[in-house]
Design a protein around this ligand. Structure first.
Ligand code: CA
Length: 218
């Protein structure tokens, strides 16, 4: 899954990024409003962590603008503004959650996972995929009762397909979910990870949609 971090403090941003990575969540960082708009344009994210005090504008106004344009991305505001009124304003501006700074990384990750669980239409973190069972929070997978070890990128790919709820994801979209925008990775890596997932979880779990991409077949 692919998270947009809008945060002008580079240290905070890189801390969040590292924490998310440990949970198999890929992220890209925007240091201000203009950069956030540029990253959002035409790209898919699964959730956003939004700071409010940004050098070129206010996160709350950015969020209101996104919502007015019909953008439904799950957004968690992460801010040093901690009064009750700040939180009420944030939620009324269209954020789905509000966490005050200073914050604990495990809580941020858990809240993001809860937002994505809801957005992905799941009532629980445990889901069944054919003969396999997946824990979306821990990233653990069992098939036919036996634990299956997935590499980090394999898990990221599977999680993105699960989050898409049967929608087709293009190779480019999956690539973003696995690596973010910055990394220059060989073009066939998504296909390689799909191949490995099929070997581990069964060949019919992921369907190839010719000319379009991949989707979950169950
Ligand atoms: Ca700030």
């Amino acid at each position: 899954m692919h998270i947009l971090i809008v945060e002008d403090n580079a240290l905070v941003a890189s801390g969040i990024r590292t924490g998310l990575e440990l949970h198999g969540l890929t992220s890209d960082t925007a240091a201000g409003v203009a950069e956030a708009d540029a990253l959002m344009a035409g790209r898919d994210f699964d959730a956003c962590v939004l700071d409010l005090g940004l050098p070129d504008g206010d996160g709350m106004q950015l969020l209101r603008r996104w919502r007015a344009a019909g953008n439904l991305l799950p957004v968690l505001i992460l801010s040093a503004r901690t009064t009750l009124q700040d939180k009420v304003d944030g939620l009324q501006s269209g954020s789905d959650d509000y966490l005050s700074k200073p914050f604990d990384l495990p809580e941020l990750v858990a809240r993001l996972q809860a937002l994505m669980r809801r957005a992905g239409g799941r009532a629980s973190d445990r889901i069944r995929l054919g003969a396999c069972e997946v824990d979306m929070q821990s990233g653990e997978v069992w098939c036919g009762g036996a634990r299956v070890e997935l590499a980090r990128r394999e898990w990221a790919l599977l999680a993105a397909l699960i989050q898409a709820q049967g929608r087709v994801l293009s190779t480019a979209q999956l690539h973003d979910s696995l690596y973010g925008f910055e990394q220059d990775v060989e073009s066939n890596t998504v296909n390689v990870h799909v191949h490995h997932l099929r070997k581990k979880l069964g060949s019919d779990l992921i369907e190839t949609v010719r000319g379009q991409g991949f989707r979950l077949a169950v």
